[in-house]
Design a protein around this ligand. Sequence first.
Ligand code: AGP
Length: 370
Amino acid sequence: VTAEKGGFEHFMLKEIHEQPKAYRDTMRGRIDESGKKVVLPELKLTPEQIKGINKIQIIACGTAYHAGLVGRNAIESLVRIPVETDVASEYRYRSPIVTPDTLVIVVSQSGETADTLAALREAQSHGAHVLAITNVVGSSIARDADDVIVTLAGPEIAVASTKAYTSQLIAFYLLSLYLAEVRGTQAPEEIAQIIAAMQALPEQLDSMLAKPEAIKAYAEQISKHEHLFFIGRGIDYAVAQEGSLKLKEISYIHSEAYAAGELKHGTLALIEEGIPVIALATQEAVLEKTVSNIKEVSARGADIMAITHEEHVAGLLKSVNQVFAIPKTMPLLTPALSVVPLQLLSYYASLARGNDVDKPRNLAKSVTVE
Ligand code: AGP
């Protein structure tokens, strides 16, 4: 069985470590030889159709939905097309406004999630073009979609999704860049720069995976708690939501992710002496504002761990108890790195609590009922 797990104790840890390869595999063949352009030869969507898109809807469940939140940020900032995100189980019941000029993107690791498949069919019935981002080529979602971008993460066995999520991020970055090329919304140099930063991600990830000790120690510390909070702004908030889901799913610690600026509208009442708060503070543009939210929880006695870039460690240490530094990348791409310490945190917290890491209670890998 350990051979199956490549020498790792659990599939989840193996899959976390497979992420650099998953990044490379998902990018392979989708960046042209010059290294300056994204090519998506698999797409049936024509440049004319792309130019005619007036709205994008991203629909998925759970972790795939969280990848969609990052996808929305990438598409809106690079392509300037309005994007809506929906949890698949809600989509059909809100009478969504879908027209043939709407591009619908469904995201699903397994390609078998019942609600996501139903949302896909609903969108198609309104004439929308549906593009699926999935990890399973022959899946129901891959078969029914009008277009497919396959993530090449390889089989994901652990119930908690790790490498599928990060590969979905890579797929979204590639798609956003391609749409930007076709619609001419970004200068070619800007696109080349983002591609170069993406190509550096696997190595940066390797360097993070080589040093799990600090996160492991922190995980053991939080494993003794029953409640904790994640805070962040912008895409840090999207990653916070993923970190919180992962932690709940396998460690059974109750956690909530909050947009940092929203705390004082209610949740701050729950912050008391010693409660762990994990603050994602990677986005320079809102760093000062996030720091002021960190101070709000710190003043109420929270025990804060921040995730940020090396250059902000010293500054943040004035207001938090611990800092975990991630390698420097472009703001848009940080989720592809900042989620990794959170994956490891969940893993080690689950382990410390003696849980069945790969098969958490009450959950199935693929949810084929609505
Ligand atoms: C992830 O850790 C969860 N197990 C879950 O949220 C999952 O992402 C969700 O069920 C969607 O699955 P899919 O990607 O196969 O559609």
